[in-house]
Ligand binder design. Structure first.
Ligand code: SIN
Length: 308
């Protein structure tokens, strides 16, 4: 079964990869991803300075999902610029995820990281966990300004990671913006921001930052992720490749993302909960699912969701 995929002209040996944030902060974690069966190495979203992130506890898994408020802990962009040439030796694409605490942080990071030679750069417009900093992806004007600025600096394929949108008007608004900015691929979606999980036994929140508010992931967000993949797939008639992220716990979940229009899928919660061996399981499960349905490859069924 052919589980390889191509995004913006870059060939991926497998359509499964880590979501930025999951086991990808340190050199050791990134090298382990390189040695694993993951189809790519995606870095943690990097900022100008090294960051410890938000105070712990800042991740909590529960049946059906997870909540996190990591606060962009990362080594700082200069460290990732040094690491990228080493990561490229694993012979699979390296996706550098870039973030910032304000719009003006992004260009310097993008310029230096582009010089370091990753295969793709993913602009993260959607971290919900920095106190006092709203997600840029919910501000269409700021998003357009920033993407146009970065497009001039980035020479490799440029992707953008968006927050979930919940209304067709917002899919259209952001779709039109993206269409004007020369974006090469989309990553849909980041966590569903600012959820609140309550432990009724202790009568407390379950994570410390932001009074317990954090980004939701895992099975509970799959329908929101699928809706965003589908809406943007339709908006662009399948012309902009999409990485589907959100709620992929097994091969059938990945199949559903591909049916909606995803070319690849990223995993966060299940990778944190299960570790690197999950890539093998997901590949076996997706291959079995495609085989049973008579498809020969991921590309064969992409976007083929039927409507009633
Ligand atoms: C975090 O570090 O808080 C999560 C990153 C993200 O959601 O983009």
């Amino acid at each position: 079964m052919d589980l390889s995929t191509t995004i913006a002209g870059i060939k991926f040996p497998s359509c499964f990869m880590n979501a930025s944030g999951a086991l990808c902060v340190t050199r050791e974690e990134l090298v382990a991803l390189g040695r694993s069966q993951a189809g790519a190495i995606v870095t943690k979203s990097m900022t100008v300075e090294t960051r410890q992130g938000n105070p712990a506890p800042r991740y909590y898994g529960f049946p059906g999902g997870s909540i996190n408020s990591m606060g962009l802990p990362n080594l700082g962009y200069l460290a990732y610029a040094e690491l990228i040439p080493e990561l490229k030796k694993f012979g699979k694409p390296v996706i550098a995820s870039v973030a910032g605490l304000c719009e003006d942080d992004f260009p310097a990071i993008a310029r230096t990281i582009d010089d370091a030679g990753p295969d793709l750069i993913e602009v993260n417009l959607s971290c919900p966990n920095i106190p006092g900093k709203p997600q840029i992806g919910y501000d269409a004007e700021a998003s357009e300004r920033l993407m146009k600025r970065l497009r001039k600096l980035i020479t490799v394929p440029m992707g953008v990671k968006l927050p979930p949108y919940f209304d067709p008007a917002h899919h259209k608004l952001m779709g039109d913006v993206i269409g004007r900015c020369g974006v090469d691929y989309l990553n849909l979606i980041n966590s569903v921001g600012n959820g609140l999980v309550v432990d009724s036994r202790t009568e407390t929140v379950v994570i410390k930052p932001k009074g317990g508010f954090g980004g939701l992931g895992g099975t509970i967000i799959k329908p929101v992720a699928l809706a965003n993949v589908r809406a943007f797939w339709k908006h662009f008639d399948g012309r902009i490749p999409i990485i589907g992220t959100g709620g992929v716990m097994n091969g059938v979940d990945a199949f559903e993302h591909v049916l909606c229009g995803a070319s690849a899928v990223q995993i966060g919660t299940v990778l944190v909960e299960e570790g690197l061996g999950v890539f093998n399981r997901l590949e076996v499960e997706l291959a079995a699912c495609l085989d049973k349905k008579g498809y020969k490859s991921v590309a064969d069924c992409r976007g083929r969701l039927k409507e009633l």
